[in-house]
Design a protein around this ligand. Sequence first.
Ligand code: MG
Length: 318
Amino acid sequence: MTNRRDFLRNTALLTLGGVVIGKANNALAAAPVVGKTNAKQLGLQTYSLGRELAPDVPGGLKKVAQMGYTVLELAGYSAEGKIGAVPMAEFKKYADDAGLKIVSSHLNPPVRGGYTNDNLGQIKDFWKKATDHHAAIGVKYIIQPGQPPTRSVEETSYVCEVFNEAGKIAKAGGLIWGYHNHSGEFARVIPGGTEVVTGRPGFGQKPPEGIRIIYDIFLEKTDPSLVIFELDVYWTVMGQQDPVAYMKQYPQRIRVLHIKDVAVLGESGMMNFQKIYEVAYANGIQDFFVELEGYKEGTQFEGVKGCADYLLKAPFVK
Ligand code: MG
């Protein structure tokens, strides 16, 4: 269905495309006409707007849609079934009214400290409730962005068992469970360790026996039929690793990306987004969410618009 809003958005984008890449007419001629829009699918993690979205969610979401975003990943779920102060059904209605589709949501079990047999029941109860709440508004993914603390290979392996349990619960409710990284997952652990190992071995030093990157254990010890990974490409770089290498090594596991930079996309020079998108498309990744943090020059809305402008102009973003 193409509604008036889509039509206007597409028209605006085609105009933009004509200016930027000069191939809009050819692209149009080659594009299938029926049931397909030519708009880019741009995703936004709503955390990017944290303090500014809350006072006027319906108005704020309309602004987000006008910037060119089409899909959302939520933040701020609470077990009473709210996103911030807004009941989820209401939030969905605001998103629908703005023409935005909610695809994903970030949420953490309310557990302090490490995962153990003692809090496993509490964690599972949380995911059951969260699955029901999110299935009711039709999201595809529920994603954990918080890293449970682990000090050894064994503790990290246990966390993977808990992730698998969460994945089972989500799957039974028709959702896909995922894990989102920061930089701490690229620290290392050793068998029987009592603390994480950060930094690199000194020149000429041999790494300890059995040392592993925590994220690699997550990838290897979670069940591919139950757990996917949302790679935050910026935090991967901050963890001194290459997001492209991870995508190439784990094409079946990394299925969603967080598109993030120091602040507004493309301004820092740290992130090779062209290469990241190239490999993501080759892997069939369809879900990308912009995340803005650390923007100090203006409002969060201005920063989020700057990110949309960058992606709309980028010839490598489909
Ligand atoms: Mg992120």
